[in-house]
Design a protein around this ligand. Sequence first.
Ligand SMILES: [Zn+2]
Length: 128
Amino acid sequence: MRWTYACPHCQAMLNPDETVVLIGECGPHRILLGFHPEPGNYRAFFPPEFELQEGSTWDFSCPVCDRSLVAGAAPDLCALDLATQGVRHRLYFSRTAGEQATFLITAEGISSHGKDSDQHSLEMLELV
Ligand SMILES: [Zn+2]
């Protein structure tokens, strides 16, 4: 299975290798983070010696165009475009460190991933 991620604003590919690379900002920190491409796999990569604080809220943005990925309809989530086998979907993920909640919107509907996904209301996403 190959997942291809793109910025919803500039369409730049965000995982030229496997790892999805985003800019993350939290308080004084502005770093590049890497995420595993498989929805529901929460393996993430941080700069050496960076200590992630559980529960902190992050602003993610595109490393190419620098625009925010925060979802307008659901401000505690960020949005990315995700293509699998040539079909484009929309993926939402939680901005809270340590929270495992990912939602994949396809033509078939919404699929939820992660143990914390039931903490989010999906009503807004259904309108997108
Ligand atoms: Zn972009």
